[in-house]
Design a protein around this ligand. Structure first.
Ligand code: 1SD
Ligand code: ZN
Length: 261
């Protein structure tokens, strides 16, 4: 378990490579996506299943983020797009910054967004998440960007209301809203085929280079107040987790594709 890392000081991102050598690798995430440099491509349609209907879901403060999991029999999955197989939902979580001008991990044209949601999925044919992370093509992560505005986003209401119950590291609660996965995992249909995609890594130790990233182009919004709730949870060292984004890593010759539907 990679518990011994943080976003500041001697356990901060520039030190992760000492304990976790893979964090020094050539295919790291996040990256800055420069629109002028992307290669356009038409991938098969990206498809979502098991997203409709309700899902019993849990929310945890794991000391690094707010994480949502589900052990429901109705499990979201995706197929198509840049991945030629089915990937199954494992968990989703958030990255944010100390103020509204920072927070996202991936940048677009060097622009930071206020928050980024990651939906982590594992390749079904490997049988489990633990087996999938041993493989080069084990994971896909969907990235959704959010810009802070004055207007609350209803999709975050239930989560934000319950964040006070998970301020302490290790707290785990049932989410009262059974539609949370439906809202967070699948984008609106009109935007679902509009994404960047590239090969990269987990953005936290051990930084495994096993991820096909799918970053949706169109940012959504979250209010300043909703965002502030995320900054109130505690981190492993007992201070507020005011930010949890890794700085961008070198692209090093990788190609970033943009799907043109
Ligand atoms: O930061 C998450 C980490 O919490 C864990 O979820 C890992 C997958 O096991 O993924 C990374 S990330 O690359 O999705 N940020
Ligand atoms: Zn993440």
């Amino acid at each position: 378990v990679a518990g011994n890392f943080s976003y500041d000081g001697t356990n901060g991102p520039s030190h992760w490579g000492k304990e976790y050598k893979t964090c020094l690798g050539k295919y790291q995430s996040p990256i800055d996506i420069e629109e002028k440099d992307v290669t356009t491509m038409t991938f098969p349609e990206l498809q979502f299943s098991g997203v409709e209907g309700s899902h019993k879901a849990y929310m945890t403060n794991n000391g690094h983020t707010v994480m949502i999991q589900s052990f429901d029999s109705n499990v979201p999955s995706i197929s198509g797009g840049p991945i030629n197989s089915t990937y199954v939902f494992q968990q989703l979580h958030f990255h944010w910054g100390p103020n509204d001008n920072q927070g996202s991990e991936d940048l677009i044209n060097n622009h930071s967004f206020s928050m980024e949601l990651h939906v982590v999925l594992w390749k079904k044919e490997y049988g489990s998440y633990d087996e999938a992370i041993k493989r080069d093509d084990g994971l896909t992560v969907l990235g959704y960007l959010y810009q802070a505005t004055d207007e609350p986003n209803p999709m975050f209401e239930s989560i934000v209301q319950q964040i006070p119950d998970i301020v302490g590291v290790g707290s785990n609660i049932t989410i009262s809203d059974n539609n949370v996965l439906k809202k967070l995992v699948a984008p609106d249909i009109a935007s679902a085929q509009n994404y960047f995609t590239y090969r990269g890594s987990l953005t936290t130790p051990p930084c495994l280079e096993i991820v096909q990233w799918i970053d949706f182009v169109k940012p959504q919004h979250i209010s300043h107040e909703q965002l502030a709730a995320f900054r109130s949870i505690q981190s492993a060292d007992g201070t507020n987790l005011t930010h949890n984004f890794r700085p961008v890593q070198p692209l090093d010759g990788r190609t970033v594709y943009r799907n043109i539907a």
